[in-house]
Structure formats: C-alpha cells, structure tokens
Ligand binder design. Structure first.
Ligand SMILES: CC(C)(COP(=O)(O)OP(=O)(O)OC[C@H]1O[C@@H](n2cnc3c(N)ncnc32)[C@H](O)[C@@H]1OP(=O)(O)O)[C@@H](O)C(=O)NCCC(=O)NCCS
Length: 375
C-alpha cells in the first residue's frame, strides 16, 4: 500500500479533536469550537485539550497561576534569545529557545504528569520568548508586565511594552483558541512521531515548531499577510490572482488537505473577528481585501476543491493587532502547542514506535569502481 503524503492513513485513535466535514463543525474534546471561541479562554481550552474535561473554577485558577509562573523563561533561554542576531527569523528563535528549555533538566521521567508539566512550562514561556526577541531586534529591552491577566494580554503587553485594549486581548485570545488544535496535521504528526521514540516533550515540541514553519503549513499565515500587502487594494485582486495563476503559483491562504468540499468551519469565527477589529479601528481595508480575495478565488477555484483557509483571515486579524508580519507564525505556535502536548500525551498511552516503510525504486547489484578508475 502506498499513500503519498500519508493522505487518508489513520495513525492513531483520538478523543482530542473531531472534524465533522459533513456538518462543517470542529469539536475539541466533544465541545463545539465555535462555542469555545465565544465563551472560553485559551487557558481553559488548553486545560480541556490536555485533561479531557473543562476545569472547575479552582482547577482553572490553579492552571492559570501555574502557566503565569512560567512566563519568564530560565536565564539561559533569556540570554540566548536576547543574543540572537537581529536578522534571525522569530520562528527559528522560538524553536531554538524551546529546545534550550530542556538544558539541565532531568528528562528521564516521561510519565503523563511530568510531560504535561513540561508542556505547561513551554506554553507558559512562549509568549515572552516571541515578544522579547521582537523587542530585542528593535533595540528595546524586554517588557515583563507583572499585572497582565490572560496569556493573550501578557503577550501583547510584552510585545508592545504597553497594555492592549480588552478587545485586542480578547481578539488574540480567540485566535489562540481557534488555532489550538486541528487533528493530525503535519506538526501534530511530527510531535507524535518524535514522542513515539520516547524522546521528551521539549524534543517533540521543538520538532513540531520546525514542521509548522513550512509554507505549506503554518508559514502560509506569513505569506498570506505579505500577499495582502502586495495586492494592496480590493480593486487589484483580479489582476493579481490571474498573474499568480499564470505563473503557476499557489495563492496563500487558500486550499486545504481536508476542506475540499467547502470552506474551513473556523472561517465563520475569523471573518467576524476581522470585521469587529476593522470596525473598532474604523479601517476596513484589510478585511475588505480578504473578502474580495475570498470571493474571487472561490469563484475561480472551488471547482478544484480550493476554498479559503484560516490563514487568510488570520493574516487580517494579525494586521489589525499590529503584529510584525513574521511574528504571525510564532503566534500560531504559541497556540498550537496546546494541541501538540495533548497529542503527545494521548499517543504515549498506547505508544508504538512510528516507523513506516517505503518502496525502493533504485538499482541493485551495481559494481563498485575504485575512485581512481571512475574517469
Ligand atoms: C494546503 C495545501 C498544501 C493542500 O494541498 P493538497 O491537498 O496537497 O492539494 P494539492 O497540492 O493536491 O492541490 C490540488 C490542486 O489544487 C491546486 N492548488 C492547491 N492549493 C492551491 C492554491 N492555494 N492556489 C492555487 N492552486 C492551488 C494545486 O496546484 C493542484 O492543482 P492541479 O491538480 O492542477 O495540479 C495547498 O492547498 C497549498 O499549497 N495552499 C497554499 C498554502 C496554504 O495556504 N497553506 C496553509 C494550509 S492550512
């Protein structure tokens, strides 16, 4: 059996995420993602993904406190990210910093509790890592807002050095919920593959960040943002799209391995959020541009199973939040880490080393010719 790209291959049983393509719904642990986006928080959603149930009030408070305790990473990680060259890509700094979080820790215990505690440490520290590096490359020292409440608020505050508005913090919070998990995507599979060797959580998350970077996966949210800038105005959409297609290029923010019969259900939430932020700012430029792209590309390519994906509107939302374009990608990682950790812990419950096979199509029996006789 040969399945290029492992399309359609079931690699594990799961209770974490269900994508109901028929009814255009996504469920985290049985809860409708749209309801979570409306009523939950990133912290509560991460707890849900990791533990399988919604926390009681005291459990949620404890979880929030523990996450917040890990906001400032260990000093060697801080040093590393503050010394990274300004030209480094923020996603690479994040990947390296997460890897370095393993230094000096006794990593022998792989029990679910200990791996979850590592997941908590990583998740807690990611916002600071991303924010402090961005400030450092702008010549600014790190901001360490002790009063910040939520994970999302802390990130925006640590990035800007000033408190975000409640609406901005909530918009990012919703993004973190929406991006937190999406079944056996490439980075979740990468995390699980690494974890299946019984390597530790730091190794699994580091590898997952590496996978996320590619433009066919998370990197598309950077490309989608660059596209918005390049197109510039809704009236340029038709010409720009036609030019790209004529050059055989793909349109960032469109297409998905799973959503070939209709758009991703998460778009409903993201479009609304993008509109709300546009209204708050009185600036509809980006959202209208994305809507026009959606309309034009869908009319043109939906017969091929191509619809907008989340990256199109995520790029709009991140623009309204004023994030530097290349910070979009580590923000995705700050959210998706919740899913990676959940998958690692779940897979280990019935761990089996992931080791697929391949079909050899090369020659055999070639005669070895010594180098001096090879001409
Ligand atoms: C996400 C993605 C990798 C899924 O790809 P896939 O399921 O492997 O789909 P395929 O590569 O088999 O593409 C099927 C056809 O649609 C075309 N296609 C896919 N995505 C396209 C896009 N964004 N723009 C234009 N054409 C696209 C392919 O060129 C191919 O055309 P062909 O049959 O004429 O050769 C792909 O849609 C893509 O590259 N999208 C752009 C990047 C992106 O937004 N990634 C984020 C994903 S969440």
């Amino acid at each position: 059996m040969y399945f290029p790209g492992l399309e359609g291959v079931v690699v594990k049983e799961t209770k974490i995420c269900h994508i109901d393509l028929e009814n255009s719904k996504i469920y985290y642990r049985g809860y409708d993602l749209e309801e979570l986006a409306e009523r939950s928080t990133f912290e509560e959603t991460a707890y849900l993904l990791w533990h399988g149930n919604l926390p009681r009030r005291s459990e949620l408070e404890e979880f929030r406190r523990s996450l917040a305790q890990h906001r400032i990473p260990p000093s060697h990680v801080k040093d590393l990210l503050l010394r990274a060259p300004r030209a480094a890509e923020p996603i690479d700094v994040l990947r390296t910093a997460v890897s370095a979080m393993a230094f000096g820790e006794d990593l022998r215990d792989k029990s679910p509790q200990v791996e979850l505690a590592r997941g908590l440490k990583i998740t807690g520290a990611m916002p600071y890592i991303v924010a402090a590096f961005d400030r450092s490359r702008r010549g600014l020292g790190p901001a360490e807002p002790a009063e910040a409440g939520s994970h999302a608020e802390f990130f925006l505050w640590a990035l800007r050095g000033e408190r975000p508005s409640p609406r901005e913090a909530r918009a990012l919070d919703v993004m973190l919920i929406i991006y937190a998990e999406h079944s056996m995507n490439n980075s979740a599979f990468t995390a699980v593959t690494v974890a299946s060797t019984l390597a530790d959580m730091y190794a699994a998350v580091t590898a997952a960040i590496a996978s996320l970077k590619g433009p066919l996966h998370g990197g598309a949210n950077v490309d989608a943002s660059l596209m918005l800038e390049e197109v510039g105005d809704a009236k340029n959409v038709e010409r720009w799209v036609e030019e790209q297609l004529a050059k055989g290029r793909r349109i960032p923010g469109f297409g998905h391995r799973l959503y070939k019969r209709g758009p991703d259900p998460r778009l409903r939430v993201l479009r609304r959020l993008a509109r709300d932020l546009a209204a708050e700012r009185g600036d509809y430029r980006w959202v209208e541009l994305a809507e026009r792209l959606e309309e034009y590309v869908t009319a043109k390519l939906s017969q091929k199973g191509i619809y907008p994906n989340t990256d199109l509107y995520a790029a709009v939302i991140f623009r309204y939040l004023g994030l530097p374009v290349d910070v979009n990608l580590p923000v995705f990682a700050m959210s998706r880490v919740a899913g990676w950790v959940a998958h690692v812990v779940e897979y280990r419950q019935a761990n089996r080393l992931i080791r697929p096979t391949e079909r050899y199509t090369g020659p055999v029996g070639l005669r070895y010719v010594p180098v001096e006789e090879r001409g």
